[in-house]
Each structure stands twice: as C-alpha cells, then as structure tokens.
Ligand binder design. Structure first.
Ligand SMILES: Cc1cc2nc3c(=O)[nH]c(=O)nc-3n(C[C@H](O)[C@H](O)[C@H](O)COP(=O)(O)OP(=O)(O)OC[C@H]3O[C@@H](n4cnc5c(N)ncnc54)[C@H](O)[C@@H]3O)c2cc1C
Length: 319
C-alpha cells in the first residue's frame, strides 16, 4: 500500500529541493519532499554535539550574480529570517552564523516533508512514478524532481531515464573531511577563515563562540582540502582525529596546549562541485515527468542550487 500521493515528489530537502517546492506550491502544485537526513538542509548542515552546535556546510557566497537570488537574500534580511551565509569580503568571514540549517527549516514550513526516508528505487507504474525505500512504497506522483547530488541522482534515475544518466555521470564532486573541535575558553585565532597548513591539508576554519551549561566554548569547524581528504577516504574517524590533534592543530594553533573537550568528524562524500553538468544536457526527461535539480546542474554554489530549484519547476510546468 502507498502511504502518500502528490502531484509532485521532490527527493532531497536541500536548498535546491526546498526552493523547487516553494516554486511549485506557488503555482498550486501539491508537493511532497522526501529526504534521508534528520533535518532539512542537506549541505547547509548543523551538527548538535551535547549542548553545542557546529555549522559545517556552506558559510558564504562570494558574490551574488542573479537578481532573483539577490531579491531572496534581501527579502530574508528584511523579514529577519535566519541567513546562515554571508558575503565574503577579502579574506575574512563573519562568524555570526547561528544555526545554519534554520534557513531550510524555515523554507520547509508549510510543505509536506518526510525526513529520514532513504529513497532506494524509483519506478514508473500505471502512469505514475513510484518512490520506494527498500521494499516499502513511500509515495506516488505524476512528476518527480531529484535534487540529490549527481552520483545519487544517477542511481535513482537508473530505472527511468538512461539518456540523462550518461551526461550526469560526468559530474564531479570534491570530498571533504570536516572536524568539529570544542575548546573551553577563548582561543587566539587569526582573524581569517582560509589557511593552508604545511601539508596543504587545512583549507578553512569557521570559529564560533557558544555558551554552554559550563561556560563559554570555542567551537572550531575545520575543513580539510579535497586533495588531503581524497587521500584519506578509508581512514577511520579515530585516525583522522588523531592526525588532526597531533599535526594540523599544532601547526594552526602553535601556542595552544589545551586539548579540545569535544571532538568529532564527518566525511562529506559529495562536498562541492568540481565539474558541473554540461550546459547542453537536458534536465528533464523526454516525457516531461522527471527532472533533476541541484547546484551541479548549473554550477557549484548555493546560488546555483537556488537557481536550479526555480529552473526545474519552470521547465516541468512548461508542458
Ligand atoms: C563543507 C562545504 C562547504 C561549502 N561552502 C560553500 C560556500 O562557502 N559557498 C557556496 O556557495 N557553496 C558552498 N558549498 C556548497 C553548497 O553547500 C551547495 O551548493 C548547496 O547546499 C547544495 O544544495 P543542493 O540542494 O543542491 O544539495 P544538497 O544540499 O546536497 O541536498 C541534497 C539532499 O538530498 C538528500 N538525499 C540524497 N540522496 C537521497 C536519497 N537516496 N533519498 C533521500 N534523500 C536523499 C540529502 O540528504 C540532501 O538533504 C559548500 C558545501 C560543503 C559541503
């Protein structure tokens, strides 16, 4: 038995999927979003560790290119909505991020969203598209938008759209180990977000001060470079943390003997787009029932994710 039916199912509650859902709803389309994560947001991510929070997704956009995204940002600011990212100026970065994923929770308001559902298969059945998680039928719809990173989209498209798959397989993502460290007290950290340690491992640091039950904690989110991360995909989290403590941290904070109170790490298998979809590749199927969205369909940034969410709905409803 199928639990839900909708005009359109969107797989992925990242930025692009949520913008697509807003765009569809604005046009009166009944939408259901399905996502495997705990919260909406995808790569706009926040991790709770005890009573601390680490923001470990996209912290900034270098420059706004489109009027549509500029209007969205201005509107968010005017309404006092949570804007996790800030415009990068020179080398510095504002550390005023509160809860990065809040913007996505806000965008998800009023939309039917099912989290913690890992879609494993998508099929056509009786002029409908059937969404499955393992053996369970989750939903059926007339139209489908897949807004996952490209490699995951390829798997989901395998029963539906072989023509698009060949092009999507050429899309490439970087990998990124991200490390969360919580220090008691305040650290003497350079006022800059970009670093390169001697091994070329560290690519950026976001630092935020949090008020915990026991006092202030200095939260560092370290991002390791693609080169460094892709050489260590088979390392365990323990190995990564051991290396960071003995090597990276010492070169980055030479004067600090203190050990972090909180340590955790996460590997982004699909972090940032290195090679996006060819401009010639269609983003919807020939029968106009299935489309793809996501930063990788247009470029590599949050703004591209935003624009792709708008574009896919315009393309799908054109017919
Ligand atoms: C560490 C890091 C730093 C970044 N820094 C910047 C930056 O400074 N500036 C910038 O512009 N961009 C940056 N980015 C890129 C930016 O985060 C992305 O462009 C944007 O968030 C992509 O949104 P999206 O909706 O396309 O994809 P995603 O956010 O990846 O959303 C895809 C969603 O699909 C879900 N999903 C995947 N497979 C399945 C499945 N089988 N079933 C159900 N759900 C599924 C995932 O859970 C996820 O929620 C950064 C990314 C990372 C990881």
């Amino acid at each position: 038995m199928i639990s839900t039916t909708a005009d359109m199912v969107i797989i992925g509650s990242g930025f692009s999927g949520l913008i697509a859902a807003q765009e569809a709803r604005r046009r009166g389309i009944d939408v259901l979003i399905v996502d495997k994560g705990f919260y909406p947001g995808g790569r706009l991510a926040t991790k709770d560790l005890g009573n601390l929070r680490f923001n470990y997704g996209a912290p900034y956009f270098p420059a706004v290119k489109s009027n549509s995204f500029r209007a969205f940002v201005e509107n968010m600011k005017n309404e006092n909505r949570p804007l996790p990212f800030c415009i990068k100026r020179g080398k510095g970065i504002s550390s005023q991020i509160n809860v990065m994923r809040d913007i996505c929770s806000y965008l998800a308001e009023g939309t039917n969203v099912m989290q913690q559902v890992h879609v494993t298969e998508v099929l056509r059945q009786d002029h409908q598209i059937l969404i499955k998680s393992g053996s369970k039928k989750i939903a059926s719809a007339k139209q489908l938008v897949i807004s996952t990173p490209a490699p995951q989209a390829v798997c989901l498209l395998s029963n539906l759209e072989t023509e698009m798959i060949n092009e999507i397989e050429n899309v490439e993502f970087s990998q990124c180990w991200t490390i969360f460290l919580g220090f008691p007290g305040v650290l003497d950290i350079p006022n800059s977000c970009h670093f390169r340690d001697n091994n070329g491992g560290l690519s950026s640091v976001v630092h935020e001060i949090r008020n915990s039950a026991t006092g202030y904690l200095y939260c560092l989110t370290l991002r390791m470079s693609h080169e460094w991360s892709s050489l260590r995909t088979d390392w365990s989290k323990e190995q990564i943390l051991k290396f960071i403590l003995s090597d990276t941290l010492r070169s980055f904070l030479p004067k600090t003997d203190e050990l972090p109170e909180i340590m955790f790490c996460h590997r982004w298998k699909y972090s940032q787009v290195i090679k996006s979809l060819s401009k010639q590749c269609p983003i919807i199927s020939r029968d106009q029932t299935v489309g793809v969205a996501g930063d990788w369909t247009l470029g590599h940034s949050l703004e591209d994710a935003f624009m792709s969410g708008k574009k896919i709905i315009q393309e799908l409803i054109r017919y």
